[in-house]
Design a binder for this molecule. Structure first.
Ligand code: MG
Length: 266
């Protein structure tokens, strides 16, 4: 099942909520239509009556995370290309939730950086509040899997030492296009394509720490909430983005997350 978050476009159907705030819906993306859900998916999957054609909805990021936890140096090929030793335990960091954008929206290159890289990643979306989850119990707290592009100002990451600024510029977290609830993330292919050229091509089975082991490690430190996102690291082949590029990350079993790239002010 593909779970989508969306708003309704035009024709008097873009029902504003209280104080004119855009109304957000959850749905199931099935074939060429979107079936509306009557509640958020962590409260249970309950289908409503409304059905939409894809052109009638704007796809939003498939979560509104309170926190986005990411993993550095997890694919063996990426650790080797960076010239590091394999770490003995996961290295985690956070990305600001305000950096999240949906499938299709532009990644904006800020003037503060001269080197902004793509990082295609598989991500887990947490489905319920939990703490100290064992690796074996982790699949039970995950709503499903989605795709995340961990866009990074590489020059600022090196200069600052701390990752926070380099990882958190507005638009640096493309997420989506939806959550796939029925897939095994332990053994799927992941590819990143920039302007039709394949830049990353690997398999999640080459991770040092698998997605459920990462969730165990993260949840030992912090309570995870519904909608929190855990990204699982990027394969080898990271590289820069330029104004006018289009970057697509594909994860087998989920789909493709595509975003154009523009320089700020252009
Ligand atoms: Mg990353």
């Amino acid at each position: 099942m593909r779970l989508v978050r969306f708003s309704v476009i035009g024709e008097g159907r873009d029902l504003p909520g209280p104080r004119g705030v855009q109304r957000v819906f959850w749905g199931i993306h099935e074939g060429d239509r979107v079936l509306e859900l009557t509640q958020e998916p962590w409260e249970g999957i309950a289908e409503g009556k409304a059905r939409y054609a894809p052109g009638e909805v704007k796809i939003l990021p498939p979560a509104d995370p309170g926190k986005i936890v990411l993993m550095g140096f997890n694919y063996k090929g990426h650790i080797e290309e960076m010239g590091y030793e394999y770490p003995s335990e996961p290295l985690i960091f956070l990305k600001a939730p305000s950096s999240v954008i949906p499938h299709g929206e532009a990644i904006i290159l800020p003037p503060e950086s001269e080197r902004v890289d793509y990082e295609g990643e598989l991500a887990l979306v947490v489905g319920r509040r939990c703490r100290r989850v064992s690796r074996g119990d982790a699949p039970g707290v995950v709503l499903g899997c989605t795709i995340l592009n961990d866009v990074t100002a590489r020059d600022l990451q090196k200069k600052d030492v701390q990752f926070s600024r380099a990882k958190s510029f507005d638009t640096f977290c493309p997420l989506g296009p939806w959550i796939e609830t029925e897939m095994d993330p332990l053994s799927v292919r992941i590819t990143t394509v920039v302007n039709s050229r394949v830049r990353q091509d690997d398999h999640t089975s080459t991770m040092l720490f698998d997605p459920y082991a990462i969730l165990e490690y993260v949840s030992a430190a912090m309570t995870l909430m519904p909608g929190d996102v855990i990204a699982t690291g990027t394969p080898s082949g990271v590289g820069p983005l330029a104004h006018g590029d289009e970057v697509s990350v594909t994860v087998e079993g989920i789909g493709t997350l595509t975003n154009p790239v523009v320089r700020e002010g252009m």
